[in-house]
Design a protein around this ligand. Structure first.
Ligand code: KIV
Ligand code: NA
Length: 280
């Protein structure tokens, strides 16, 4: 399969073909995504929760993002490769944002970096990263997990007219700042549709309905890797791997406990007469 670039993504967008994106966190998920037909991968800071077991994404550092991005990238470079800027890595100043984005590109193989938020300050960060370093930026508005505490938790956004208008303004601001695409997370379908219609850059929805330019989901959610009882409304489960892991580990443990693993000859190297003699 051919390498997907921003040019490929933009061509799909212009032709009205949906853009697919999935999160990846490590070598095995990077490998699977690379072999698949998905257009784009995101090394999301959701890895803090799905892969590192934190309660939220706030403890994730730039070094952690680089560590995981490198592992995922070793799985293959075919999909367009986006890496999240973690909490605190772009909030202080424009120069901090440029430094962090540069590290994600030079050390983490990022072809595009993603920042959360739609305030004029964040739009200025986007503009500076794009203009000072020539790095493509994906914006992210609506439910922005890094600021979920101030949003009152993980909840749908843009339900009131005022907040819907605000999200539309944020999207326009981020487009004007030079964003290459924008993630719309957890908002009513009409709003995802309205923003997509207004913009001339691709929108990638996660819980934003069926009218965005593309869709992104969290890999651990679609596979149910973490055996979670809870799943957001927008998640579609394509596999139930958590219980599959559990069953395999339990069967292995039982085999060891009952001495039914390893089986002679099947899992055991044969002993030659000579080596037996030598050991005696
Ligand atoms: O961190 C992440 O996985 C994300 C996507 C859900 C968009 O930001
Ligand atoms: Na994220």
């Amino acid at each position: 399969e051919k390498k997907v670039t921003l040019t490929t993504i933009n061509k799909k967008y212009r032709e009205g073909q949906p853009i697919s994106m999935i999160t990846v966190y490590d070598y095995s998920s990077g490998l699977a995504a690379n072999e698949s037909s998905v257009d784009s991968v995101l090394v999301g800071d959701s890895l803090g929760m799905t892969t590192l077991g934190f309660k939220n994404t706030n403890p994730v550092t730039l070094d952690m993002m680089i560590h995981h991005a490198c592992a995922a990238f070793r799985g293959g470079s075919r999909p367009f490769f986006i890496v999240d800027m973690p909490f605190g890595s772009y909030n202080k100043s424009n120069s901090q944002a440029v430094e962090s984005a540069v590290r994600l590109v030079s050390e983490g193989n990022a072809e595009c970096v993603k920042v959360e938020g739609g305030s004029p300050i964040i739009a200025d960060r986007v503009k500076t990263i794009v203009q000072a370093a020539g790095i493509s930026v994906c914006a992210h508005i609506g439910l922005t997990p890094q600021s979920s505490a101030s949003l009152g938790g993980f909840r749908v956004q843009g339900k009131t007219l005022k907040s819907a208008q605000s999200l539309i303004e944020q999207a326009l601001l981020l487009q004007d700042a030079g964003s290459s695409m924008i993630v719309l997370e957890a908002m009513p379908e009409f709003l995802g549709k309205a923003i997509t219609k207004l913009l001339s850059i691709p929108t990638i929805g996660i819980g934003a309905g069926g009218f965005t330019s593309g869709q992104v989901l969290v890999l651990a959610d679609i596979l149910n890797l973490n055996m979670s009882d809870f799943q957001p409304k927008f998640v579609k489960r394509y596999a139930n791997l958590g219980p599959v892991y559990l069953k395999a580990i339990n069967e292995y443990a039982a085999d060891v406990h009952h001495k039914t693993y390893p089986e002679p000859e099947v899992h055991t190297y044969p002993t030659t007469k000579q080596s037996e003699e030598e050991i005696k």
